[in-house]
Design a binder for this molecule. Structure first.
Ligand SMILES: [Zn+2]
Length: 370
């Protein structure tokens, strides 16, 4: 068992800050991607390359067995104007995006030095990927492109890195589908044209019907109307109104059923003088890995060896959704603990990081044995 040294942790934390200082809102990852690309080359990774979405790839060569992919998303929820100033305390580093997900990207950059100390060369390549478009309306497009590109190599597993929740493994991907529903009518004057269809009245009926749908509790399935807008003035018959709808389920079939039901409900509201449209705002597929799968059993053993005996197996919406949906073994794991992710007050705990890196190193040494 190789030990992770304090110098590894320091190196990773320094690198995490350098990554965090480069803004990388979803769809604007180029600058951070270019930096990572250059660091991958410098750290001696093989076959370093970037794709058109600014996903960055590099490899630690193995002995020819199918590869294992270790990925971390590049993008953040923070816009280009966000103040990225770092504040360091003895056991904490504060800064927007430091845990989600600069720390994980830094681990990719620094991993080769650790793998080089393994007693044996990995059986297959370790493919390191810093990918774009994980957050928000990125809809996991970055990892989708990665999984497609690497499919011919039949990766053995995907290990998706996040900076938070060290005692949790994400083993189920919550699927989601988002729609914008728009009602348009001719509109008119509230008094003189009274009786003409009103887009807001109509949309409100649609919204009420959707909110009244009965959803399964198990598998958990949800519906949320998160935004509603429309109209011109208080004395105008609204000619346009729209809502944003978010549908989720841990079960792909339940999600599909719900999507069909929603579409059907909406269609029943079409009538003379009223136009209804449904625009697809993106989706994330559901999927999972069996909690008894060899990869999860291996994780449980390694975490227990590191003193984490109450490992929690969770459902979430992470890059692991994509390999899950293609039945490729995958898991999303957290390298340390953090608080306030997606807020400017985000910080990470630095003490547990050594454990997180050691867990990853153990996984990479044992994963080809399962
Ligand atoms: Zn994240």
């Amino acid at each position: 068992m190789i030990s992770v040294q304090p110098s590894d942790v320091d190196r990773i934390l320094d690198e995490a800050i350098r990554v965090q200082q480069i803004p990388a809102p979803t769809f604007q990852e180029k600058q951070r991607s270019d930096y990572v690309c250059q660091r991958f080359v410098k750290s001696g990774l093989a076959r370093v390359t970037q794709d058109r979405l600014f996903n960055v790839y590099g490899r630690i060569p193995g002995q020819g067995a199918p590869p294992v992919v270790v990925s971390a998303h590049l993008d953040t929820v923070f816009d280009l104007q966000t103040d990225l100033t770092i504040k360091q305390e003895p056991h904490r580093i504060h800064g927007p995006g430091i845990g989600d997900n600069s720390l994980s990207v830094a681990v990719l950059i620094c991993l080769k030095q650790i793998v080089d100390r393994f007693p044996e060369q990995p059986r297959g390549d370790i493919i390191l990927v810093a990918n774009a478009r994980e957050e928000g309306l990125g809809n996991l497009a970055g990892i989708k492109a990665v999984v497609e590109r690497l499919a011919p190599e039949h990766p053995k597993a995907y290990l998706v890195l996040e900076g938070a929740d060290q005692d949790r493994l994400y083993i189920r991907g919550v699927g989601s589908q988002r729609f914008k529903v728009t009602v348009t009518t001719k509109g008119g004057h509230s008094w003189s044209d009274f009786g003409q269809p009103n887009a807001i009245h109509h949309l409100a009926r649609v919204a009420a019907a959707l909110a009244d749908l009965t959803l399964p509790e198990d598998p958990k399935t949800t519906l949320n109307i998160g935004m509603i807008q429309g109209g011109r003035s208080v004395n105008t018959i609204a000619d346009s109104a729209s809502l944003l709808l978010d549908l989720r389920s841990v079960d792909e079939q339940c999600l599909k059923t719900l999507v069909n039901e929603v579409a059907h409900r909406i269609d029943t509201f079409a009538c003379d003088g009223v136009h209804l449209s449904r625009e697809d705002m993106g989706s994330r597929p559901a999927g999972e890995i069996d909690p008894d799968a060899p990869l999860i059993r291996l994780c449980k053993r390694i975490y227990a060896d590191h003193g984490i005996t109450d490992l929690k197996l969770k459902a979430g919406s992470t890059d692991a959704n994509i390999p899950f949906s293609k039945h490729i073994p995958a898991v999303c794991l957290g390298l340390t603990y953090s608080e306030n992710a997606h807020l400017e007050s985000e910080f990470i705990e630095t003490e547990p990081l050594g454990t997180g890196i050691s867990i990853l190193a153990q996984l990479l040494q044992q994963i080809w044995k399962i």
